[in-house]
Design a protein around this ligand. Structure first.
Ligand code: SAM
Length: 287
């Protein structure tokens, strides 16, 4: 994010590719040569202790690659600026062993090391998530017999971090008052469990590939943690959901996306939103 000045962003809202979720494997391999080499090595090793070690190495490298982005985010945030990271844990059967990769814990670990202050997080319960494993029925494991069944992951995390102490405003700051939420909104949004359903009915193949979050997620986060005229950053833009919402809410926006195929969708979304936009400045960077 060389082109973004230090202390120039007020809020980051993003959802990165999730480590150890199969659909993102190739992207991590493309981004980091070491990850690619370790995958090849692991496939060669077959099931053994060494393979376990290699797997741990891949998982750590994937998070180190994301941590570079969290570190840059820290740099560009203003003091008191907030970073919201939507991430899900991953479950996967590797070497014949079913296991959990607790991605949320790794992100917390890295962000705290970078200097972020952890704040209470949100659990986004996705009512559409069906417990399923390799196409087999509902719950994972052996029918009704203990003890080898697994709990289904039906929540994702929305981790919330801040750069230092709370942001300071002058008394009666007009943008802050213009951005106020209602008591009903506050009571609903500042609780730990959010039941938010994905809204899009028809998704193109490219949109499915991005695993877009519903607009309601960035909309709530922007209303909770930024004011009109602020600058919002999404380093993993995908189809541009955050960008669209930022425009609607009168926030300026900087977004990055590595996959050029999303450009067309982002432009379509941006164009459709322009009419409703409150004059936000938008910058899309294709790396
Ligand atoms: C989970 S998706 C984001 C979905 C997005 N929130 C939406 O609503 O469409 C993650 C995105 O990050 C992009 N990505 C992965 N690595 C990247 C990198 N190093 N720089 C920029 N974008 C990256 C992927 O191509 C993918 O579109």
């Amino acid at each position: 994010m060389d082109d973004v000045d230090d202390r120039s962003v007020h809020l980051m809202v993003t959802s990165p590719p999730y480590p150890m979720i199969e659909m993102w494997d190739q992207q991590f391999r493309n981004i980091d040569e070491k990850i690619d080499q370790l995958w090849t090595k692991m496939n060669r090793e077959g099931s053994c202790d060494k393979q376990e070690e290699t797997l741990g190495g891949i998982y750590n490298l994937m998070h180190e690659s994301l941590a570079q982005v969290w570190s840059e985010t820290y740099r560009v945030l203003v003091d008191g600026g907030i970073a919201c990271v939507n991430i899900g844990d991953a479950t996967r059967n590797i070497n014949g062993i079913f296991r959990l990769f607790p991605n949320h814990a790794k992100v917390v670990e890295h962000c705290e090391k970078i200097g972020f202050v952890s704040l209470p997080y949100i659990l986004w319960r996705k009512p559409t998530t069906k417990p399923k494993y390799k196409g087999k029925g509902a719950f994972l494991g052996s029918g009704m017999l203990p003890p080898n069944a697994y709990v289904t992951l039906d929540c994702e995390f929305i981790l919330i971090f801040r750069k230092g102490g709370p942001r300071r405003f002058t008394p009666k700051d007009p943008a802050r008052y213009e951005s106020r939420y209602t008591k009903q909104e506050r009571d609903k949004w500042f609780t730990q469990i959010w039941d938010v359903i994905g809204t899009k009915q028809f998704l193109s193949e490219v949109e499915r590939r991005a695993a877009a979050f519903p607009e309601e997620i960035p909309r709530r986060l922007m209303r909770m943690f930024s004011v009109v005229g602020d600058t919002v950053l999404d380093p993993f833009l995908g189809t541009g959901t955050t960008l669209k919402v930022a425009m609607e809410l009168g926030r300026n926006m900087i977004g990055y996306e590595i996959d050029k195929e999303f450009k067309r969708i982002v432009e379509r979304e941006t164009h459709a939103t322009k009419a409703k936009s409150l004059g936000a400045k938008v910058e899309l960077v294709n790396r």
